[in-house]
Design a binder for this molecule. Structure first.
Ligand code: ATP
Length: 467
């Protein structure tokens, strides 16, 4: 039989529910034996669905899941050498600790001596040796979760799946359990696949982190890779604190942002190419304004965060940076900022403007996003009615209105990215289409808006293949 280097392989898996929504969209992921892999992402991004496809509680709509090189996509959960620990411990309240852990072994008809030996060993691993005959109801949340883990590992699974197992615990208990889980992983030597929305937990625990958003994998990497080299704005924003800015890659190792040119270490973007730039708050050097400064600014706020101070610094040209330092610079103080070339992370822009497919209608209109938009007569007249066209609209050419009825379309603010001197918003229309808007106005996630685009800001061009 062909030996696979991976214990779990998820190949092009999509999962579509009855309502037509894709919870997973062409996800591929390979996990090595003994790895601790964390699936990280905001609520609703598809983490649990991915875990359930691996466990067998969900069947992928397309794609396949392999275990040790063998296709298990259609194999039911109880036939997979995989156990799951859930956020809610799901212990049997009428059984004591021992019987909870022994439950699966009894079903498998192990003899009494083997069961006792396996249960004691599992309880020892989770630090619950003296609790065998306790009622599970009398245990704290943390202790119940240990019993749930013991119940999973007693079956000696090849893979342990953990779905936000620490989410119900208080912060102190969560931190302690994180350390214990890491030690357990080392001791057991089995593969852990862990789901969380807590980025700090993911960075602390994992060999590799899988960052997900909206059913898609955004990045797979070691904790330091996803932190130091995020591949896009979503990852940079989701993991840790970031200053994310629009920039222009002037040439190899030279980038311009915040109206200043910086040396950097990135190459291969081309010349004069728009990019996104990330500088972590701890990577700015902050000092009293001097000639050494690349940027200067005035401190707007200074908050003590326990170990460091977090300061907002506003440059004369209107960019606001978050800066962290062990020293406090009080509000009102003029400061200089400097960042080393290797601490500037340059990323390819995912898009440069909104692009839609449209159709020219009679009466100087174009239909896109399921709405009929006015365009200038001299533009419409260049096309026959019924012509399919490409429509582009600049990010800063869309106006959002408080009063939904003022817009031709309505939608909801879905994702907000602060880019130093403006916000880059994702607005999801009521038909589920996304458009991207640059604005200085402050909106909240979930705000309902009317969408206005003036005729002059709608650019229509022939679809390239039809030229
Ligand atoms: P959370 O952190 O909130 O648990 P998640 O990242 O684990 O979120 P999933 O539970 O995988 O997300 O859900 C992904 C998407 O699929 C969500 O939009 C969810 O509403 C949807 N979904 C999940 N299960 C079903 C189902 N049985 N039927 C319909 N939609 C579902």
């Amino acid at each position: 039989m062909q030996q696979s280097n991976y214990i779990i392989e998820v190949n092009n898996v999509s999962k579509q529910f009855e309502d037509g929504k894709f919870a997973l969209d062409n996800v591929s992921l390979s996990i090595r034996k003994g790895e601790f892999v964390t699936i990280l992402g905001p609520s609703g991004c598809g983490k649990t669905t991915l875990l359930r496809c691996i466990a067998g509680f969900q069947v992928a709509s397309s794609g396949d899941v392999l275990l040790n090189g063998e296709d298990i996509t259609q194999i039911p959960p109880y036939k997979r050498p995989v156990n799951t620990v859930f956020q809610k411990y799901a212990l049997f309240p009428h059984l004591n600790v021992f019987d909870n852990v022994a439950f699966g072994l009894k079903l498998k008809k192990f003899d009494r001596t083997t069961i006792t030996q396996k249960v004691k060993s599992a309880l020892k691993t989770v630090g619950m040796t003296d609790y065998e005959y306790r009622d599970v109801d009398s245990l704290s949340g943390g202790q119940q979760q240990r019993v749930a883990i013991a119940r999973a590992i007693v079956n000696q699974p090849e893979v342990l799946l953990l779905d936000e197992p620490l989410a119900a615990l208080d912060l102190k208990m969560r931190k302690d359990m994180q350390i214990e889980l890491k030690e357990m992983h080392k001791k057991l030597g089995i593969t852990f696949i862990y789901v969380t929305h807590d980025q700090e937990e993911a960075l602390t625990l994992s060999d590799r982190v899988v960052v997900m958003s909206e059913g898609k994998i955004q990045q797979i990497g070691t904790p330091s890779e996803v932190y130091n080299e995020p591949v896009n704005c979503f990852v940079a924003d989701f993991i840790g604190e970031s200053n994310i800015l629009n920039g222009v890659m002037l040439e190899d190792r030279r980038v311009r942002f915040c109206e200043h040119e910086f040396d950097c270490v990135d190459t291969g973007f081309g010349e004069n190419v728009p990019v996104d730039v990330v500088v972590r708050p701890e990577d700015w050097y902050i000092f009293d304004a001097s000639d050494a400064a690349q940027l200067t600014g005035i401190v707007q706020s200074c908050i003590f965060k326990g170990v460091h101070y977090e300061m907002a610094v506003l440059t004369p040209n209107g960019y606001e940076f978050m800066v962290q330092d062990y020293h406090a610079f009080e509000p009102g103080r003029e400061v200089g900022l400097l960042v080393k070339p290797e601490d500037i992370q340059v990323m390819k822009k995912e898009r440069l403007c909104n692009t839609f497919e449209g159709e020219i209608l009679a009466g100087n209109k174009v239909c896109f996003l399921d709405a009929d938009w006015d365009i200038p007569g001299q533009v419409a007249q260049q096309f026959e009615v019924g012509t399919k066209v490409q429509v582009t609209v600049g990010f800063n050419r869309i106006t959002l209105e408080d009063h939904e009825e003022d817009g031709l379309l309505t939608g909801v603010v879905h994702f907000i990215l602060y880019k130093g001197d403006h916000y880059h918003l994702t607005v999801r229309t009521d038909d589920g289409e996304d458009l991207f808007v640059d604005t200085r106005d402050v909106w909240d996630d979930g705000d309902r808006v009317g969408i206005v685009i003036s005729p002059d800001n709608i650019h229509v061009s022939p679809i390239s293949s039809e030229k």
